[in-house]
Design a protein around this ligand. Structure first.
Ligand code: CDP
Length: 677
């Protein structure tokens, strides 16, 4: 590695040495007291007595999410008079695992004093004092039942630096509520140093300032050892192979400690692991390569945390997406290798297409990633880019989701909250006019708003659904079509993504077995009816984990899809009778299902052109059904029109379609006449 790497030319203040790491065998009570936040307990309680907004900044792992709510309830009395303390998280996995941890720390049953509530899963009771929720769920509560969030004494918005669309909306909503509920306290937690931005949002001078509010910032010193930063001298030719080479080189030459490698996507991670395993063959020193990304089956994810059972001499090389940046802490890391890349969804309102784009991370992300190497002792971070690139090409912060997202759902939520003029709603960043008009147009086409942009009766119904507006519309349509049970299966499958688990290995027999299994369940019309078939098969034959494995069905995804379908079914019953069409002997069932899908996703339609390729119907953009879709692999004759669930960038730069089915042109005029005529 010598000669290839350049040390950083300046010191990073962020990596100041600090207190000791908490060994996991220390009793829980003591573990709580060693956390950096513990020293700030009184300061936090005092601040909350005197200020209505408290912004707390501290490194990941300093104890913000787990400890602050406990301080508020145990010592601050913020759960008196049946009030609750609620903590929002951008990800459901974080809400659930934090609640589990805090229930354990406080020696109580999960769902009692400490609970959680996320979409399709609620473990809380009227006695719950600390509740972890997703930010989306808090918005839902406000929309459906409690616009002033009146049962909460304190709302803590965690991971605010991630700037998710929902957490930004929650911040805007809280700003509004605070004008009415003077006793409400807000805590905004962030891992980066832009605390003042959050404070200014609430108590700054915008609009002449907020006369009611005062606020303060508390900084928690991180538990952080120094990290040496090393840059490449020139740009990496191929980031995956540079990553693998660097990891193996660290393994050969450096002292003990695990290695965490940041790559932009699951596919890259699988590729890096294959490459690494091939190159390792001649090398016999003990090392294990592990993947970590969001769509990985849960049992594979949990392997990352099982350090107790590992042989101390075995070095772990973990290949992760940005999930390991702030939300998941991988234990035992001394080395970080950073590709400097991230894959993020960007919605283009002019084309109506969402694209997952791989691009440079922000400087804040680069610092955060490097910091992961200094949790245990001093560490090293190898950046697969030049220092010059970082300074010139990386933005300070990642653009917030509100500037990159499809806003239809966001607008519907605000309308349901009674915000008529979206532009008057106070937000940290204001979305573009294009994005807002696209969202309004979509809602109008769905029938959710009228020409004056007021919510219609259908819009009110759609806003109550726990799903995205197109999925909700598809479900409502299925009630009158007599196939709601089948369409519930489609909706559930769309929530969990891949039901089939394609084998990673390239062994011929495995691939043939996989193909045979898919063929036996595939419907020639494409993905949506196939989803229903997989769920029906799993239920009729009550498939267990072993059988799923044999059939290459993703057992975890399947179980979750069945659970989600049941929850959605009990929700849908409010609107009508849920019934199954069952086997019809002809294609009327398949047609009924796809017609409902079209009623929700009519704006996602592509047409076959004379050149044998598909182009989006509205903007004439070339698109290709993804090779993983059943439509691409199992539909014998190409249909003139297809409907799709989502788009993403393909490996060769084309736009790929996921969840694709054949449809009939006449359905478009039937389900969305105002849009297609
Ligand atoms: O919120 P912040 O990132 O500052 O820290 P935290 O999530 O409260 O975590 C504090 C400590 O609690 C971590 O360092 C872990 O040791 C532990 N923890 C855990 O064991 N399991 C969790 N699900 C969350 C935290």
């Amino acid at each position: 590695m010598a000669g290839f790497w350049k040390p950083e030319t300046r010191n990073e203040d962020d990596f100041a040495p600090s207190v000791f790491a908490a060994p996991s065998r220390v009793p829980l009570v003591q573990q709580r007291m060693i956390l950096p936040i513990y020293k700030h307990k009184r300061q936090i309680l005092y601040a909350l007595e005197h200020y209505s907004v408290v912004v707390i900044v501290g490194e990941t792992g300093s104890g913000k999410s787990t400890q602050i709510p406990q301080y508020l309830v145990e010592s601050g009395g913020w759960a008196a008079n049946n009030f609750q303390v609620v903590v929002t998280q951008p990800r459901r996995i974080a809400a659930v695992s934090l609640a589990q941890r805090v229930a354990q720390e406080s020696g109580t049953q999960l769902g009692g004093r400490v609970g959680y509530s996320v979409r399709f899963d609620d473990k809380s009771s009227p006695y719950t004092q600390i509740k972890y929720v997703t930010d989306g769920l808090l918005l839902r509560e406000a929309t459906l039942s409690d616009p002033l969030l009146s049962k909460y004494s304190v709302v803590m918005v965690d991971e605010a630096h991630e700037r998710s669309l929902n957490s930004d909306t929650v911040l805007g909503l809280l700003k509004k509520i605070r004008r009415v509920r003077k006793n409400l306290r807000l805590i905004v937690c962030s891992a980066t140093i832009d605390a003042q931005v959050f404070l200014n949002f609430f108590v700054g001078n915008k609009d002449g300032g907020d006369p009611l509010g005062t606020g303060t910032v508390i900084s928690v010193d991180g538990r952080q050892y120094p990290v040496d930063i090393l840059y490449m001298e020139g740009p990496a030719q191929d980031y995956i192979s540079s990553m693998v080479e660097t990891a193996l080189s660290i393994h050969r030459k450096e002292g003990p400690g695990d290695i965490l490698c940041f790559l932009p996507s699951g596919e890259d991670i699988d590729k890096a692991i294959r490459m690494g395993e091939e190159r390792l063959r001649e090398n016999s020193s003990p090392v294990v390569l592990l993947p970590l990304y969001g769509t990985l089956p849960l049992h594979m994810q949990t392997r990352i945390f099982q350090t107790d059972s590992k042989d101390a001499k075995t070095r772990r090389i973990v290949f992760a997406t940005n999930i390991a940046e702030t939300s998941v802490t991988v234990p035992g890391i001394s080395f970080v290798i950073d590709s400097g890349l991230v894959k993020l969804p960007y919605f283009d309102p002019r084309t109506g297409l969402e694209r997952l784009i791989v691009g440079p991370i922000s400087q804040a992300s680069a610092r955060q990633r490097a910091g992961r190497a200094g949790r245990l002792s001093s560490g090293k971070c190898f950046r697969l880019f030049t220092e010059d690139f970082m300074v010139k090409n990386m933005k300070g912060q990642t653009p917030p989701e509100i500037l990159r997202a499809n806003l239809a759902s966001f607008i519907l939520t605000l309308k349901a909250l009674g915000v008529e003029n979206i532009l008057a709603f106070d937000l940290m960043d204001v979305p573009s006019v294009d994005a807002l008009s696209h969202g309004l147009e979509l809602l109008f086409a769905l029938g959710a708003i009228d020409k004056q942009t007021h919510l219609t009766k259908l819009g009110v119904d759609l806003s109550k659904f726990p799903t995205e507006p197109p999925v909700s519309k598809m479900l409502l349509e299925s009630l009158s079509a007599g196939c709601s049970w089948e369409v519930l299966g489609v909706a559930a499958a769309l929530q969990v993504r891949d039901l089939f688990h394609k084998p990673r290995s390239r062994r011929q027999q495995q691939l043939l077995d996989y193909e045979a299994s898919v063929t036996s369940l595939a419907d020639p019309s494409g993905d949506h009816v196939t989803y229903t078939n997989v769920l029906a098969e799993a239920e009729d034959r009550s498939l267990d984990e072993e059988e799923c494995k044999e059939k290459y069905i993703n057992y975890i995804a399947l179980k979750r899809a069945l659970e989600v379908r049941n929850q959605l079914a009990s929700f849908l019953r409010q609107f009508g009778k849920v019934e199954a069409m069952g086997i019809t002997g002809d294609d009327s069932r398949s047609k009924a299902i796809r017609r409902c899908v079209t009623a929700g996703f009519f704006f996602n339609v592509a047409k076959l052109s004379n050149d044998g390729r598909y182009y989006t119907l509205r903007k004439n953009i070339l698109v290709v059904p993804a090779s993983s879709s059943i439509y691409a692999s199992h539909t014998p004759v190409s249909s003139e029109y297809i409907v799709y669930g989502e788009t993403m960038d393909g490996p060769r730069g084309g736009i790929e379609l996921r969840a694709v089915s054949a449809i009939e042109a006449s359905w478009l005029r039937e389900v969305a006449p105002h849009y297609w005529e």
